[in-house]
Design a protein around this ligand. Sequence first.
Ligand SMILES: *[C@@H]1O[C@H](CO)[C@@H](O)[C@H](O)[C@H]1NC(C)=O
Ligand SMILES: *[C@@H]1O[C@H](CO)[C@@H](O)[C@H](O)[C@H]1NC(C)=O
Ligand SMILES: *[C@@H]1O[C@H](CO)[C@@H](O)[C@H](O)[C@H]1NC(C)=O
Ligand SMILES: *[C@@H]1O[C@H](CO)[C@@H](O)[C@H](O)[C@H]1NC(C)=O
Ligand SMILES: *[C@@H]1O[C@H](CO)[C@@H](O)[C@H](O)[C@H]1NC(C)=O
Ligand SMILES: *[C@@H]1O[C@H](CO)[C@@H](O)[C@H](O)[C@H]1NC(C)=O
Length: 200
Amino acid sequence: MEREWNYHIQLHLHLLLIVCYSFVPVESLNEEGAFLLEFKKSFVDPSNNLQSWNSLDSTPCNWSGIGYADNVRVFSINLKAFNLSGNLSSCVCKLPYLTELNVSTNFISGHIPSDLAHCHNLEVLDLCTNRFHGELPTQLFEMASLRKLSLCENYVYGEIPEEIGNLTLLEELVIYSNNLTGMIPSSLSKLKRLGILRAG
Ligand SMILES: *[C@@H]1O[C@H](CO)[C@@H](O)[C@H](O)[C@H]1NC(C)=O
Ligand SMILES: *[C@@H]1O[C@H](CO)[C@@H](O)[C@H](O)[C@H]1NC(C)=O
Ligand SMILES: *[C@@H]1O[C@H](CO)[C@@H](O)[C@H](O)[C@H]1NC(C)=O
Ligand SMILES: *[C@@H]1O[C@H](CO)[C@@H](O)[C@H](O)[C@H]1NC(C)=O
Ligand SMILES: *[C@@H]1O[C@H](CO)[C@@H](O)[C@H](O)[C@H]1NC(C)=O
Ligand SMILES: *[C@@H]1O[C@H](CO)[C@@H](O)[C@H](O)[C@H]1NC(C)=O
Protein backbone atom coordinates (compact mmCIF):
# COMPACT_ATOMS: atom_id res chain seq x y z
CA MET A 1 0.00 0.00 0.00
CA GLU A 2 2.69 2.44 1.05
CA ARG A 3 4.76 1.54 -1.97
CA GLU A 4 1.89 2.20 -4.26
CA TRP A 5 1.33 5.56 -2.61
CA ASN A 6 5.00 6.49 -3.10
CA TYR A 7 4.81 5.44 -6.69
CA HIS A 8 1.85 7.74 -7.20
CA ILE A 9 3.63 10.67 -5.64
CA GLN A 10 6.65 10.06 -7.81
CA LEU A 11 4.53 9.83 -10.91
CA HIS A 12 2.85 13.09 -10.02
CA LEU A 13 6.19 14.73 -9.43
CA HIS A 14 7.41 13.59 -12.81
CA LEU A 15 4.33 14.85 -14.53
CA LEU A 16 4.64 18.12 -12.70
CA LEU A 17 8.26 18.48 -13.81
CA ILE A 18 7.39 17.69 -17.41
CA VAL A 19 4.57 20.24 -17.34
CA CYS A 20 6.81 22.88 -15.74
CA TYR A 21 9.62 22.38 -18.22
CA SER A 22 7.35 22.63 -21.18
CA PHE A 23 6.18 26.01 -19.87
CA VAL A 24 9.63 27.48 -19.27
CA PRO A 25 9.26 30.64 -21.32
CA VAL A 26 11.36 30.88 -24.46
CA GLU A 27 13.45 34.02 -24.24
CA SER A 28 11.21 36.48 -26.03
CA LEU A 29 12.07 39.23 -28.49
CA ASN A 30 13.46 42.36 -26.87
CA GLU A 31 11.70 45.71 -27.07
CA GLU A 32 13.79 47.05 -29.96
CA GLY A 33 12.98 43.96 -32.02
CA ALA A 34 9.30 44.56 -31.35
CA PHE A 35 9.62 48.19 -32.53
CA LEU A 36 11.29 46.97 -35.73
CA LEU A 37 8.48 44.51 -36.42
CA GLU A 38 6.03 47.37 -35.94
CA PHE A 39 8.10 49.47 -38.38
CA LYS A 40 8.09 46.59 -40.89
CA LYS A 41 4.27 46.41 -40.88
CA SER A 42 3.91 49.55 -43.00
CA PHE A 43 6.14 48.12 -45.74
CA VAL A 44 5.13 45.76 -48.49
CA ASP A 45 7.98 43.30 -49.08
CA PRO A 46 7.26 41.26 -52.21
CA SER A 47 10.84 39.89 -52.49
CA ASN A 48 10.81 38.75 -48.83
CA ASN A 49 13.98 40.66 -48.13
CA LEU A 50 12.88 41.16 -44.50
CA GLN A 51 12.32 37.45 -43.96
CA SER A 52 15.07 37.30 -41.34
CA TRP A 53 13.06 39.73 -39.15
CA ASN A 54 11.70 36.90 -37.04
CA SER A 55 9.65 37.39 -33.90
CA LEU A 56 11.07 34.15 -32.44
CA ASP A 57 14.58 35.63 -32.14
CA SER A 58 15.59 37.14 -28.82
CA THR A 59 17.26 40.20 -30.38
CA PRO A 60 17.33 41.70 -33.87
CA CYS A 61 21.14 41.39 -34.04
CA ASN A 62 21.15 39.07 -37.06
CA TRP A 63 18.34 40.70 -38.98
CA SER A 64 19.15 41.90 -42.49
CA GLY A 65 19.78 45.62 -42.77
CA ILE A 66 20.15 46.10 -39.01
CA GLY A 67 23.30 47.44 -37.40
CA TYR A 68 23.37 46.14 -33.84
CA ALA A 69 25.98 46.50 -31.14
CA ASP A 70 25.71 44.88 -27.72
CA ASN A 71 26.39 48.08 -25.85
CA VAL A 72 24.19 50.48 -27.85
CA ARG A 73 21.86 47.95 -29.59
CA VAL A 74 20.11 48.99 -32.86
CA PHE A 75 22.16 51.89 -34.21
CA SER A 76 21.43 51.68 -37.94
CA ILE A 77 18.82 50.54 -40.42
CA ASN A 78 19.99 50.25 -44.01
CA LEU A 79 17.42 48.81 -46.40
CA LYS A 80 18.83 50.22 -49.63
CA ALA A 81 17.42 48.43 -52.70
CA PHE A 82 15.31 45.93 -50.73
CA ASN A 83 12.42 46.22 -53.22
CA LEU A 84 10.16 47.64 -50.53
CA SER A 85 6.95 49.50 -51.21
CA GLY A 86 4.28 50.72 -48.82
CA ASN A 87 4.89 53.53 -46.36
CA LEU A 88 7.58 54.70 -43.99
CA SER A 89 6.57 54.53 -40.34
CA SER A 90 7.99 56.97 -37.83
CA CYS A 91 7.78 54.33 -35.10
CA VAL A 92 11.50 53.69 -35.78
CA CYS A 93 12.02 56.75 -33.63
CA LYS A 94 11.26 54.55 -30.61
CA LEU A 95 14.73 53.07 -31.12
CA PRO A 96 16.73 55.26 -28.74
CA TYR A 97 20.16 54.68 -30.28
CA LEU A 98 19.23 54.95 -33.96
CA THR A 99 21.75 57.13 -35.79
CA GLU A 100 21.21 56.01 -39.41
CA LEU A 101 18.04 55.38 -41.38
CA ASN A 102 18.68 54.58 -45.03
CA VAL A 103 15.82 53.29 -47.18
CA SER A 104 17.12 54.62 -50.50
CA THR A 105 16.28 53.00 -53.83
CA ASN A 106 12.95 51.37 -53.06
CA PHE A 107 9.35 52.04 -54.07
CA ILE A 108 8.18 53.59 -50.82
CA SER A 109 5.34 56.07 -51.24
CA GLY A 110 3.19 58.30 -49.10
CA HIS A 111 4.32 61.38 -47.26
CA ILE A 112 7.63 61.76 -45.48
CA PRO A 113 6.36 61.49 -41.88
CA SER A 114 6.91 64.73 -39.98
CA ASP A 115 7.25 62.61 -36.82
CA LEU A 116 10.68 61.50 -38.03
CA ALA A 117 11.73 64.62 -36.18
CA HIS A 118 11.35 62.50 -33.03
CA CYS A 119 14.44 60.50 -34.05
CA HIS A 120 16.58 62.76 -31.87
CA ASN A 121 19.89 60.97 -32.42
CA LEU A 122 19.58 60.51 -36.17
CA GLU A 123 22.74 61.56 -38.03
CA VAL A 124 22.04 60.05 -41.46
CA LEU A 125 18.66 60.10 -43.18
CA ASP A 126 18.57 58.80 -46.75
CA LEU A 127 15.20 58.57 -48.47
CA CYS A 128 16.53 59.04 -52.04
CA THR A 129 15.04 57.31 -55.06
CA ASN A 130 11.62 56.37 -53.78
CA ARG A 131 8.10 57.60 -54.47
CA PHE A 132 7.60 59.95 -51.56
CA HIS A 133 5.21 62.74 -52.42
CA GLY A 134 3.52 65.59 -50.62
CA GLU A 135 4.97 68.58 -48.90
CA LEU A 136 8.43 68.57 -47.39
CA PRO A 137 7.89 68.46 -43.61
CA THR A 138 9.74 71.41 -42.11
CA GLN A 139 10.05 69.40 -38.86
CA LEU A 140 12.95 67.52 -40.48
CA PHE A 141 14.93 70.70 -40.04
CA GLU A 142 14.58 70.39 -36.27
CA MET A 143 16.73 67.26 -36.22
CA ALA A 144 19.79 68.87 -34.76
CA SER A 145 22.02 65.76 -34.96
CA LEU A 146 21.72 65.36 -38.75
CA ARG A 147 25.01 65.15 -40.65
CA LYS A 148 23.61 63.80 -43.93
CA LEU A 149 20.17 64.51 -45.33
CA SER A 150 19.30 62.91 -48.69
CA LEU A 151 15.85 63.23 -50.18
CA CYS A 152 16.75 63.10 -53.89
CA GLU A 153 14.61 61.55 -56.62
CA ASN A 154 11.17 61.72 -55.08
CA TYR A 155 8.05 63.80 -55.73
CA VAL A 156 8.32 66.11 -52.76
CA TYR A 157 7.28 69.75 -53.14
CA GLY A 158 7.61 72.85 -51.02
CA GLU A 159 10.44 75.12 -49.97
CA ILE A 160 13.59 74.54 -47.99
CA PRO A 161 12.85 76.53 -44.82
CA GLU A 162 15.13 79.06 -43.14
CA GLU A 163 15.29 76.60 -40.23
CA ILE A 164 17.85 74.61 -42.20
CA GLY A 165 20.34 77.01 -40.70
CA ASN A 166 19.71 75.23 -37.38
CA LEU A 167 21.28 71.98 -38.62
CA THR A 168 24.73 73.09 -37.59
CA LEU A 169 26.26 69.61 -37.94
CA LEU A 170 25.06 69.14 -41.53
CA GLU A 171 27.81 67.96 -43.91
CA GLU A 172 25.75 66.72 -46.86
CA LEU A 173 22.44 67.88 -48.33
CA VAL A 174 21.20 65.97 -51.39
CA ILE A 175 17.78 67.05 -52.60
CA TYR A 176 17.92 67.08 -56.43
CA SER A 177 15.07 65.74 -58.54
CA ASN A 178 12.08 66.72 -56.51
CA ASN A 179 9.50 69.42 -57.00
CA LEU A 180 11.05 71.80 -54.50
CA THR A 181 10.55 75.46 -55.22
CA GLY A 182 11.86 78.77 -53.94
CA MET A 183 15.33 79.96 -53.13
CA ILE A 184 18.03 78.20 -51.20
CA PRO A 185 17.70 80.05 -47.89
CA SER A 186 20.48 82.40 -46.87
CA SER A 187 20.66 80.63 -43.50
CA LEU A 188 22.52 77.88 -45.37
CA SER A 189 25.65 80.00 -45.05
CA LYS A 190 25.54 79.27 -41.30
CA LEU A 191 26.31 75.62 -42.01
CA LYS A 192 30.08 75.63 -41.63
CA ARG A 193 30.48 71.89 -42.12
CA LEU A 194 28.39 71.64 -45.28
CA GLY A 195 30.69 70.18 -47.93
CA ILE A 196 28.26 68.56 -50.35
CA LEU A 197 25.16 70.25 -51.70
CA ARG A 198 23.33 68.62 -54.59
CA ALA A 199 20.13 70.47 -55.30
CA GLY A 200 18.28 71.41 -58.46
C1 LIG B 1 0.11 53.50 -46.72
O1 LIG B 1 -0.65 54.67 -46.50
C2 LIG B 1 -1.87 54.71 -47.24
C3 LIG B 1 -2.49 56.07 -47.09
O2 LIG B 1 -2.20 56.63 -45.83
C4 LIG B 1 -2.76 53.58 -46.77
O3 LIG B 1 -3.95 53.58 -47.51
C5 LIG B 1 -2.04 52.25 -46.96
O4 LIG B 1 -2.81 51.22 -46.43
C6 LIG B 1 -0.68 52.28 -46.27
N1 LIG B 1 0.04 51.05 -46.64
C7 LIG B 1 0.58 50.24 -45.72
C8 LIG B 1 1.30 49.04 -46.25
O5 LIG B 1 0.53 50.48 -44.53
C1 LIG C 1 13.70 43.05 -56.79
O1 LIG C 1 12.62 42.64 -57.62
C2 LIG C 1 13.02 42.28 -58.95
C3 LIG C 1 11.77 42.03 -59.77
O2 LIG C 1 10.89 41.20 -59.07
C4 LIG C 1 13.93 41.05 -58.85
O3 LIG C 1 14.37 40.70 -60.14
C5 LIG C 1 15.13 41.41 -57.98
O4 LIG C 1 15.95 40.25 -57.81
C6 LIG C 1 14.69 41.91 -56.63
N1 LIG C 1 15.86 42.37 -55.88
C7 LIG C 1 16.01 42.16 -54.58
C8 LIG C 1 17.25 42.68 -53.95
O5 LIG C 1 15.16 41.59 -53.93
C1 LIG D 1 23.12 35.31 -34.53
O1 LIG D 1 23.90 34.50 -35.38
C2 LIG D 1 24.96 33.83 -34.73
C3 LIG D 1 25.81 33.12 -35.78
O2 LIG D 1 25.01 32.43 -36.68
C4 LIG D 1 24.39 32.87 -33.69
O3 LIG D 1 25.43 32.25 -32.99
C5 LIG D 1 23.54 33.69 -32.69
O4 LIG D 1 22.91 32.81 -31.78
C6 LIG D 1 22.48 34.48 -33.42
N1 LIG D 1 21.80 35.34 -32.44
C7 LIG D 1 20.47 35.48 -32.39
C8 LIG D 1 19.94 36.35 -31.31
O5 LIG D 1 19.72 34.95 -33.20
C1 LIG E 1 22.79 54.66 -47.93
O1 LIG E 1 23.25 53.32 -48.07
C2 LIG E 1 23.98 53.08 -49.27
C3 LIG E 1 24.33 51.59 -49.31
O2 LIG E 1 24.96 51.20 -48.12
C4 LIG E 1 25.22 53.95 -49.29
O3 LIG E 1 25.92 53.78 -50.51
C5 LIG E 1 24.79 55.42 -49.15
O4 LIG E 1 25.93 56.26 -49.09
C6 LIG E 1 23.96 55.61 -47.90
N1 LIG E 1 23.49 56.99 -47.79
C7 LIG E 1 24.05 57.90 -47.00
C8 LIG E 1 23.46 59.28 -47.05
O5 LIG E 1 24.98 57.65 -46.28
C1 LIG F 1 15.76 77.83 -36.15
O1 LIG F 1 15.86 78.77 -37.20
C2 LIG F 1 14.86 79.79 -37.19
C3 LIG F 1 15.00 80.60 -38.48
O2 LIG F 1 16.31 80.72 -38.91
C4 LIG F 1 14.99 80.61 -35.94
O3 LIG F 1 14.02 81.62 -35.89
C5 LIG F 1 14.81 79.66 -34.73
O4 LIG F 1 15.01 80.35 -33.56
C6 LIG F 1 15.76 78.50 -34.80
N1 LIG F 1 15.43 77.51 -33.78
C7 LIG F 1 16.34 76.93 -33.00
C8 LIG F 1 15.83 75.93 -32.02
O5 LIG F 1 17.51 77.19 -33.09
C1 LIG G 1 6.33 68.14 -60.39
O1 LIG G 1 6.69 69.06 -61.38
C2 LIG G 1 6.43 68.63 -62.71
C3 LIG G 1 6.94 69.67 -63.68
O2 LIG G 1 7.98 70.41 -63.15
C4 LIG G 1 4.92 68.43 -62.86
O3 LIG G 1 4.68 67.94 -64.17
C5 LIG G 1 4.45 67.42 -61.85
O4 LIG G 1 3.04 67.32 -61.91
C6 LIG G 1 4.84 67.85 -60.45
N1 LIG G 1 4.50 66.77 -59.54
C7 LIG G 1 3.99 66.99 -58.35
C8 LIG G 1 3.73 65.76 -57.51
O5 LIG G 1 3.78 68.09 -57.88
